[in-house]
Design a protein around this ligand. Structure first.
Ligand code: PEP
Length: 254
C-alpha cells in the first residue's frame, strides 16, 4: 500500500506571532507544489496559532495546522489549558500528542495521552501520536516492551485509527543531533506497525502513517523517509528556518 508522506514542523516554545508570520511568508508560497507530494503541517505554539491560521487560509490552505497539545476536557475551569473547540475555531486540524517533552517534563502518562487522543478524534482532528524509548530502555533490552505499552495504552478503547498518524521518536535522537540509523528506524517502525496490526488488523496497519522524528534534516531526510515503514517526519530543529525545512522536504519527496 502506498502511503502519502506527512512531514510536520514542531516549533515547540519557539517563534512568537511575528516570527511565525516571517517564516510563513517565505514558506507558504515555496511549499506550493511540495504540498501535493506530501502532507505538510506546522505546529506553532498556541499564541501563534491565530497568525498561522490566517496566513495559511490566505496563502496556502493545503498546509496543515497543528497544536502541540490539547486538553482532554471540555471548556471549563482548567487554568492554562486549551480546548479542542478553541483549536477548531482557528481551523487547527492536527494535534501532536505524547511528545517525549510532554511525557518527561510535564509528566503526561499513557492514560492521559489516551484521553487526549480520544478527545482529538471526537473533535474530528488528527492526533499525531508520539511514542519512543529512552537510550537506557533501548540498551536495557526494553525497546519492544516500552513501545508496545505506549501504543496499547495510548490507543486503549480507540476503535478507529483511520484519522490518526503515529510518530516514532527515539528520545535519545530528539534535539541531540544523533539520528537513529535508517535501518534502526525502519526496524523499529516495522515493529510498531506489527503492534498496530495486532490491535487493528492488517488493513489498518498497512494504512496507518508512521513518521520518524529525531534530528531529521536535509542531509538525511531522503534516506530515512525512503524506508518502507517510514511515512514522513516530525521535525524540530531543522524546521525552525524556512530554507532548511524546505530543503528537508524537497530531498524527501525527490
Ligand atoms: C521533535 O521535537 O519532535 C524532534 C524530532 O526534534 P529534532 O528534530 O530537533 O530532533
Amino acid at each position: 500500500m502506498s502511503r502519502k508522506l506527512i512531514i510536520a514542523a514542531n516549533w515547540k516554545m519557539n517563534k512568537g506571532p511575528a516570527e511565525v508570520a516571517a517564516f510563513l511568508e517565505t514558506f507558504l508560497g515555496a511549499a506550493g507544489e511540495l504540498a501535493e507530494q506530501a502532507d505538510l503541517v506546522i505546529a506553532p505554539n498556541s499564541l501563534s496559532i491565530p497568525t498561522a491560521s490566517a496566513l495559511i487560509n490566505d496563502i496556502n490552505p493545503a498546509i496543515g495546522l497543528a497544536a502541540q497539545t490539547v486538553s482532554e476536557n471540555e471548556n471549563g475551569a482548567f487554568t492554562g489549558e486549551t480546548s479542542t473547540d478553541m483549536l477548531k475555531e482557528l481551523f487547527v486540524n492536527y494535534v501532536i500528542l505524547g511528545h517525549s517533552e510532554r511525557r518527561s517534563i510535564y509528566g503526561e502518562t499513557n492514560a492521559q495521552i489516551n484521553a487526549k487522543i480520544k478527545k482529538t478524534l471526537a473533535a474530528d482532528m488528527t492526533p499525531i501520536f508520539c511514542i519512543g524509548e529512552t537510550l537506557a530502555e533501548r540498551e536495557g533490552g526494553q525497546l519492544e516492551a516500552v513501545l508496545s505499552s505506549q501504543i496499547k495504552e495510548g490507543l486503549e478503547g480507540v476503535s478507529d485509527i483511520s484519522n490518526l498518524v503515529m510518530a516514532y521518536e527515539p528520545v535519545w535522537a530528539i534535539g541531540t543531533g544523533v539520528t537513529a540509523s535508517a535501518q534502526q528506524a525502519q526496524d523499529t517502525q516495522k515493529f510498531c506497525r506489527s503492534v498496530v496490526e495486532e490491535l487493528y488488523g492488517a488493513e489498518a496497519a498497512a494504512a496507518v502513517r508512521i513518521q520518524y522524528g529525531g534530528s531529521v534534516k536535509g542531509a538525511n531526510s531522503a534516506e530515512l523517509l525512503g524506508q518502507p515503514d517510514i511515512d514522513g517526519a516530525l521535525v524540530g530543529g531543522a524546521a525552525l528556518e524556512a530554507d532548511s525545512f524546505l530543503e528537508l522536504i524537497r530531498n524527501a519527496v525527490a
